[in-house]
Write a protein that binds this ligand. Structure first.
Ligand SMILES: *Cc1c(COP(=O)(O)O)cnc(C)c1O
Length: 501
């Protein structure tokens, strides 16, 4: 054990009555009582309990907190399914321009035409990428896009006088898929996985009946494998009158190469915070736009951004259209996280169509390189690939042999990686792989970074052969050691503990 470290004081312990960071000069505007300006209900009875500290103390407080985080700007972050790629800082600059960042959400549409034009152009670009003609930017996340897609499916069937109660999701599906199905009031029916990692077609045919509203799928799937049965899947689902929903979280593998619309999907969501340059480590904000086919279009959320082309030399007009008799309505206040739209649009414009294809090809190349590199580093026996075939942008290993032979679990490997300054890959997902380790290197990492990761994994396994307790007690070199994750999720403490007095 290391000697006891001196405890850092909390910012509340540093607080001294009346201490200030910055004192503005006296105002020459006549003061007015707060009671004159605010309704009584909006006025606090007791002042907020805020720490009173000097400017260096507050700067150090936040700077030190920020250093306790692991983030993409600190190290490699191969978190599978989440696409934690480096986001070019230039897109951040564009989103921060005052015309974008300071636009008021209550601004009337005629005075925000530039913003509407940007949204319309982003919609057009996403429509092209999806291979589906109509887009709504409204959903705030992939999971809200899923809910929107299911509400659209229901509206579509109800309009045709049909009542359908079930939605199919593969057993490899991301947890948000069945959760969205339940939220939308449908019953979840699981479809099995075939030996090659794709949808089990026989199981699908057995379960696709008149009462099925939709099949939700991601392709490549959460095993990082492209489902080559997709045309047969689409035919089966459409023959039964159901819709086919594309979970676009894995779009980073196929942009500019294949389009969900061409594969037969009716509804697609994008995770702009995965494929299109948004920093999303802190949980938001994000955006989960949807693209749909002609038959789903009448039900899209309102308001829609519309473009009235110029006639007789007049300026083209971009506006919001609120009326759409069959629409499922609004999904949120205002139009969405506008800064996210600006970054995504800047990114798409800066790399262009060829660049997006390059992004996906490099992501796939990096994943296959790392998969091969790990096998070469002698990791293959203890951490074999769950499905031994070429992968797309990510791949899944099974830690079952390492657990059996070395006595260390996938969780131990993940924790020990932190001491190598690497964020752990996604672990224990997808559920059908025992001791799963799901690795997504992304296109933005260099070959040297991938090699270093393979070396880190190799050294963790070598070390465990000598002494498995090293990994079992990891991490050592982080601000906190192993946390009680079960209690943290079962009994979360969400309010700060105030000091009395
Ligand atoms: C991230 C993810 C989702 C959910 O998207 P959010 O934007 O996090 O709501 C759905 N499916 C898959 C496969 C994902 O990786």
């Amino acid at each position: 054990m290391s000697p006891a470290e001196p405890r850092t004081l909390t910012i509340f312990e540093r607080s001294r009555d009346g201490r200030r960071a910055f004192a503005p000069p006296a105002t020459d505007v006549p003061e007015r009582a707060v009671e004159e300006l605010l309704p009584a209900a909006a006025i606090r009875r007791t002042p907020p309990r805020l720490p009173e500290v000097s400017e260096p103390e507050i700067v150090r407080h936040y700077t030190n907190l920020s250093k306790r985080n692991f983030d993409l700007d600190t190290g490699f972050y191969p978190l599978g399914s989440c696409t934690m790629k480096h986001n070019p800082k230039v897109n951040e600059r564009v989103a921060g321009l005052p015309g974008h960042a300071r636009l008021h959400p209550l601004q009337d549409a005629p005075y925000a035409r530039g913003a509407l034009e940007l949204m319309w152009r982003l919609e057009r670009a996403l429509a092209e990428i999806a291979g589906l003609p109509h887009v709504s930017l409204q959903p705030s996340a992939g999971s809200q896009g899923e809910l929107a897609g299911l509400l659209l499916t229901r509206a579509y069937h109800e309009d045709r006088g049909e009542t359908r109660t079930k939605v199919l999701t593969p057993d490899t599906a991301h947890g948000t898929n069945p959760a969205s199905v339940t939220m939308a009031g449908y019953e979840v029916v699981k479809v099995g996985t075939a030996r090659d990692g794709g949808v089990d077609l026989d199981d699908l045919r057995t379960k696709t009946a008149e009462d099925v509203a939709c099949l939700m799928l991601t392709n490549p799937n959460t095993l990082g494998l492209f489902d080559t049965g997709i045309e047969e899947i689409a035919r089966t689902v459409h023959e039964a009158g159901a819709t086919l929903y594309y979970d676009g979280a894995n779009l980073n593998a196929v942009m500019g190469i294949s389009r969900p619309g061409d594969m037969g999907f009716d509804i697609v969501h994008f995770n702009l915070h995965k494929s299109f340059t948004q920093p999303h480590g802190g949980g938001g904000p994000g955006a989960g736009p949807i693209a749909v086919s002609d038959r789903i279009e009448p039900y899209l959320p309102v308001p829609r951004v519309v473009h009235v082309p110029s006639t007789n030399g007049a300026e083209p007009v971009y506006e919001l259209r609120h009326e759409a008799p069959k629409s499922i309505g609004r999904l949120r206040g205002f139009q969405g996280n506008f800064g996210v739209f600006v970054r995504a649009y800047a990114y798409i414009c800066s790399v262009g169509g060829d660049g997006l294809r390059d992004v996906s090809e490099t992501a796939v190349l990096n994943a296959n390189y790392l998969r091969a590199r790990l096998a070469e580093a002698g990791v293959g026996e203890l951490l074999p690939a769950a499905f031994d075939r070429a992968c797309m942008h990510e791949f899944v290993l099974s830690g079952a042999p390492a657990k059996r032979e070395l006595g260390i679990k996938t969780l131990d490997i993940a924790k020990r990686l932190l001491d190598h300054r690497v964020h752990p890959p996604t672990v224990y997902f997808p559920l059908l792989v025992d001791e799963a380790l799901m690795i997504e290197p992304t296109e933005t990492e260099t070959r040297e970074t991938l090699d270093a990761f393979a070396e880190a994994i190799r050294s963790i396994l070598d070390e465990a052969r000598e002494d498995p307790d090293i990994a079992r007690n990891a991490p050592y070199d982080t601000p906190v050691r192993r946390l009680d994750e079960t209690s943290a999720s079962r009994r979360p403490v969400v309010r700060e503990q105030h000091h009395p007095g």
